[in-house]
Design a protein around this ligand. Structure first.
Ligand code: SAH
Ligand code: SF4
Length: 355
């Protein structure tokens, strides 16, 4: 059955008359966290019955939850066809209180979501890539991940979250559904997450970056670069053979971004592969042409992987080099390392447990 989460408010308005009902339904779902159509008491009973007959409220069920000591939580969800996907809740900032116990700062969260079951790109370091591609998620399956996680954690509706498309799958290989989800998330009667708080991470599908740019929907872009020469990048990421580094850089240059924002480049550091200062130097040169910032990520080893986690001192030296040469850089704290938070790893473990 169709999930109502797969419909934009405009699509719902077309289907349900009078059209102001769509707004009410959106508010029930995304702001009052209704668990059934029967709770939607300001709708006529007939409409509630009709909705319950024609739609399901959630295309996901929770299969597994793991909490890390640093507070991040990883979720494995089961889709209607029994396939599973992962999402992660990352608390970025804790609630803060003054000495009298008044709250002075709300908690801030980032939710990392999947866009596909599996992935076609086959990156050598990625578990999701290893298991191949199964299917695209529809917009409802994408939006449900954020709604579910907010609900499960009692994160109130007014608390805006940041959304990153960095879970399983290549979002730009499922551009139509991802762009639709961006719009559903942004709806002010829904979760009201502005596109400026949504970051699409891509392995660098240059042509799709251009398409997304033309759509001009206002999302932020993150590029998984991971290497500075085509030979190394091609070894890590087969997609580099179709879209080499220069084509990605050109696509990024043409991408519309807010004057105050920068494009994020993710750089996964792998021991003895791309962790030298020589690489850092080339990275500075490559990115000097664009308004960029870099996020360094420790490679997270998994069973059977041919690569190793880099040494902390090498990552620190790499970061220092970038920062001291004017390239803003952060190191992604290995949030959730103890719960195997790199994409695809929870799913993989679950499958081997069940095997
Ligand atoms: N397909 C998109 C988005 C999903 S992957 C992309 O590649 O950008 C999200 C991030 O997880 C990527 O930056 C990827 O490099 C990272 N990742 C994959 N496997 C990892 C591992 N074993 N350790 C650490 N990060 C990993
Ligand atoms: Fe796909 Fe991203 Fe994993 Fe590469 S890193 S296989 S693009 S999910």
């Amino acid at each position: 059955m169709t999930s109502i989460l797969d419909l934009t408010k405009e699509e719902l308005e077309e289907k349900i008359k009078p059209s102001f009902r769509a707004k009410q339904i959106y508010q029930w779902i995304y702001q009052k966290y209704a668990n059934s159509f029967h709770e939607m008491l300001n709708l006529p009973k007939l409409l509630r019955d009709e909705l319950a007959q024609n739609y399901i409220l959630s295309p996901l069920t929770l299969a597994k939850e793991e909490q890390s000591i640093d507070g991040s939580k990883k979720y494995l969800f089961t889709l209607q066809d029994k396939l599973t996907i992962e999402s992660v809740l990352l608390p970025m900032k804790n609630e803060q209180f003054d000495k009298d116990g008044n709250r002075i700062c709300h908690a801030r969260y980032t939710i990392c979501i999947s866009s596909q079951v599996g992935c076609k790109m086959g990156c050598a370091f990625c578990l999701t890539g290893k298991s191949g591609f199964v299917r695209n998620l529809n917009a409802g399956e994408i939006t449900a991940q954020v709604l579910f996680i907010k609900k499960l954690n009692n994160i109130s509706a007014e608390r805006r979250v940041n959304i990153v498309y960095m879970g399983m799958g290549e979002p730009l290989d499922n551009l139509q559904n991802v762009a639709k989800a961006v719009g559903i998330f942004a709806d002010l009667d829904g979760l009201a997450v502005s596109p400026k708080r949504q970051t699409i991470s891509t392995s660098g599908l240059s042509r799709q970056i251009a398409k997304l740019g033309k759509m001009d929907i206002g999302v932020l872009l993150a590029i998984s670069l991971h290497a500075i020469d085509d030979e190394t990048r091609g070894r890590l990421m087969p997609i580099n053979k179709a879209y080499n580094i220069q084509s990605v850089i050109e696509a990024v240059k043409a991408f519309p971004i807010d004057m105050r924002k920068k494009i994020m480049f993710e750089y996964l550091i792998i021991k003895n592969v791309n962790d030298s200062l020589q690489s850092a130097k080339k990275l500075v040169k490559l990115l000097s042409q664009i308004k960029a910032k870099v996020n360094l990520i420790y490679f997270n080893p998994h069973n059977g992987s041919e690569f190793e986690r880099p040494d902390e001192k090498d990552v620190a030296a790499f970061a220092d080099f970038l920062n001291s040469h004017g390239l803003l850089c952060t190191i992604r704290q290995s949030k959730g390392l103890d719960i195997s938070a790199a994409c695809g790893q929870l799913k993989q473990r679950r499958e081997s447990e069940l095997a």
